[in-house]
Design a protein around this ligand. Structure first.
Ligand SMILES: [Zn+2]
Length: 268
């Protein structure tokens, strides 16, 4: 068990635990420092830091920003920035709005397929994801028969088989990577490429290209150690970060203890 974790999700985005529960778990697991890196929101930072101060857990400002670069989707981890920075917040609110719009489209597709949605609110999450809607559909017992009919055995499968295939593959707005890096820097933070192996779908040539352009993009680092990765690709990534003089970070990509995957806080 490591004593820090720089990649953790709360229910401000698509994690399953509150910031209070995460910090309590950090205490329990003797994790001294944590960054709660919710998707496209920084609203969790100040309340989490307040709880962290009382609990003796250091909470570093964090966020995971959806970005695009040359037609490819990536995730950018932002650290140690001012969570009140106006331009950064403004850009993230554009992404949050795009997420809400996409969810409305997906709701319509689900209803057209015959799913029932009894009006439960999705609004309590600052940053809504497709998985929120999938969980809502799964939890509603009136959808049981339809889920069986489609062979769906959980919200993850609704996401994969219904919301990741036509006609539901509607993409949404993502911030240009260079713009996102510049905003993170303007807010006083550092920008790190999240789980590069997973984002590139194991495309090492693409990762090498990305590492080569890191200087021009002013990308600060690579998340070399990730709860998502195996040892061999991690070692290659480590060498790449060293070769190009990039910072090395580590995180579990934790989403909650009650999940099958990404459920081990502090393990990466
Ligand atoms: Zn993540």
């Amino acid at each position: 068990m490591k004593n820090f974790d720089l990649h953790v999700h709360s229910d401000y985005s698509d994690g399953l635990m509150t910031i209070g529960q995460i910090i309590a778990l950090c205490q329990q697991k003797k994790i001294a420092s944590v960054a709660i890196t919710d998707h496209d929101t920084v609203d969790q930072v100040l309340p989490a830091q307040k709880i962290g101060r009382r609990a003796g857990v250091r909470v570093l400002a964090g966020a995971e920003i959806s970005v695009s670069h040359k037609g490819q989707r990536w995730h950018l981890l932002a650290y140690h920035f001012n969570p009140r920075h106006r331009a950064l917040r403004a850009e993230l609110s554009v992404q949050q709005e795009a997420r809400r719009e996409r969810l409305e489209k997906l709701k319509k597709i689900a209803l057209d397929l015959g799913f029932l949605l009894n009006g439960q609110a999705l609004g309590r999450h600052r940053s809504v994801s497709r998985i929120h809607l999938a969980r809502l559909l799964w939890q509603d017992p009136t959808n049981y028969n339809l889920c069986c009919q489609f062979g769906l055995k959980g919200p993850g499968q609704i996401l994969e088989k219904i919301f990741s295939r036509p006609p539901a593959v509607a993409d949404r707005y993502r911030t240009d990577m260079k713009k996102a890096i510049d905003l993170v820097h303007a807010a006083g933070g550092l920008a790190v490429l999240a789980h590069p192996i997973a984002s590139s779908h194991n495309n090492f040539a693409l990762l090498e290209k990305m590492a080569r352009s890191a200087g021009r993009l002013e990308l600060d680092g690579l998340e070399v150690f990730s709860g998502r990765q195996k040892l061999i690709p991690t070692l290659s990534l480590y060498n790449l970060a060293k070769q190009y003089g990039l910072l090395i970070t580590a995180g579990s990509d934790f989403y909650g203890t009650n999940r099958q995957r990404y459920s081990q806080l502090g393990q990466w």
